[in-house]
Design a protein around this ligand. Structure first.
Ligand SMILES: CC(C)(COP(=O)(O)OP(=O)(O)OC[C@H]1O[C@@H](n2cnc3c(N)ncnc32)[C@H](O)[C@@H]1OP(=O)(O)O)[C@@H](O)C(=O)NCCC(=O)NCCS
Length: 168
């Protein structure tokens, strides 16, 4: 099934609380709440960050927050409401973000996710990301993250030579 009635648009300040609640429920469950409405609002206002919404009318069906650096972009958050999953919506958000990153001259996009999140790992593998490394105690000083990377253009570097800006 394809979610044809979903419109992609940029996030607005009034979306901050809805995004934060979805993040707490779908991404940060059991980890506390780091993406609070205030933090999401700061991202929405940040010129280096894109907040993308998949809108089903007035309802947020999906969202993504991605930071754009000079050469790297970092996907901070991405989630699709359970009622709208497996309809290609996550793929639409990724396609939009990767196209924007390519236009912006970004060489690689990275993200971290919980190693226990097998569904999302499969999703990102299907989107052309590869698993680059494990980061123990990344979440709340106790849970391991897996860093995934998608190369958008060659940088003539070996993975060991990449520099990452650290924890996001
Ligand atoms: C992971 C997530 C974003 C996927 O979004 P989605 O809109 O359902 O994904 P799509 O419909 O675009 O799926 C594309 C492909 O990814 C893979 N995939 C997606 N969800 C999957 C799942 N639950 N199990 C296995 N593979 C999956 C499949 O290959 C799928 O293609 P198919 O449906 O033709 O088999 C969504 O499940 C979600 O929001 N999960 C909770 C939040 C989360 O974990 N976010 C990521 C960490 S920040």
């Amino acid at each position: 099934m394809v979610a044809r009635n979903i419109t992609l648009r940029l996030g607005r300040l009034e979306d901050a609380a809805g995004i934060a609640i979805l993040s707490r429920e779908l991404i940060e469950s059991g980890l506390g709440w780091s993406w609070t409405p205030e933090r999401v609002a700061r991202s929405i206002c940040n010129a280096d960050t894109v907040t993308l919404i998949g809108a089903d009318g007035k309802r947020i069906a999906a969202f993504a927050i991605m930071y754009f650096g000079a050469e790297h972009a970092h996907l901070n958050l991405l989630a699709v409401r359970p009622t709208h999953q497996r309809m290609g919506l996550g793929t639409r958000l990724i396609d939009w973000l990767m196209e924007s990153a390519q236009v912006a001259g970004i060489a690689a996009v990275s993200l971290e996710l919980r190693t226990t999140n097998d569904d999302a790992r499969r999703f990102y593998l299907a989107q052309g990301f590869t698993e680059a490394m494990y980061i123990p105690r990344y979440y709340c000083g106790r849970e391991t993250a897996v860093r995934m990377v998608r190369e958008l253009r060659s940088r003539n570097l070996q993975p060991g030579q990449w520099t990452w800006p650290g924890k996001y």
